[in-house]
Design a protein around this ligand. Structure first.
Ligand code: GDP
Ligand code: MG
Length: 164
């Protein structure tokens, strides 16, 4: 048995960096699947002994400010439907933003407890305040990650194990 993990969060928090780290070179675009656009990228992930499917919500980066909130909702809701579990990422160096609160609200309503929270860019000390702010989202204890430097992956693996 395996599971599908959707990586969600606002632009620039490091979703694709984490996706690429989990997938390595075996990357599959999903736009040849019916009903799925290139806004969602799917790949076969590997994290130590865990194998699972990972989805990157990649369609927000091109949105303008006015269209961002609607796209955030639509894409996040689609990702939640496709996935067994969501990994909601915030930027630990920035802390919790207004857009992060919108995601948290969508996930609380739609994901029915199937959410893990991560504070990315947590390498060094610059992310400490943002990491602690993430507790206020009410989505449990955040996982401190550095997708770029490969830190926190063991904690992520540990959090994913019950879903395997
Ligand atoms: P996305 O828009 O959420 O997919 O974010 P990207 O993966 O494209 O990353 C946005 C920017 O954050 C890029 O410049 C990355 O190099 C940088 N980034 C991603 N992960 C980390 C990290 O762990 N630490 C730091 N310092 N930068 C990161
Ligand atoms: Mg991206």
């Amino acid at each position: 048995m395996s599971f599908t993990l959707a990586i969600v969060g606002r632009p620039n928090v490091g979703k694709s960096t984490l996706f690429n780290r989990l997938v390595g070179k075996k990357l599959a675009l999903v736009d040849d699947q019916p009903g799925v656009t290139r806004d969602l990228r799917e790949g076969d992930a590997r994290l130590a002994d865990l194998r699972f499917t990972v989805i990157d919500t990649a369609g927000l980066e091109q949105a303008t400010d006015e269209s961002l909130q609607g796209r955030m909702r639509a894409l996040t809701e689609r990702a939640v439907q496709m996935a067994d579990l969501c990994l909601f990422i915030i930027d630990a160096r920035v802390g919790v933003t207004a857009d992060d609160l919108v995601f948290a609200e969508i996930l609380r309503r739609k994901a029915d407890g199937r959410v893990l929270l991560a504070a990315n860019k947590a390498e060094g000390n610059a992310g400490d305040a943002g990491y602690y702010e993430a507790f206020s989202l009410g989505l449990g204890e955040p996982i401190a990650l550095s997708a770029e430097h490969g830190e926190g992956l063991d904690e992520l693996r540990h959090a994913l194990m019950p879903w395997h």
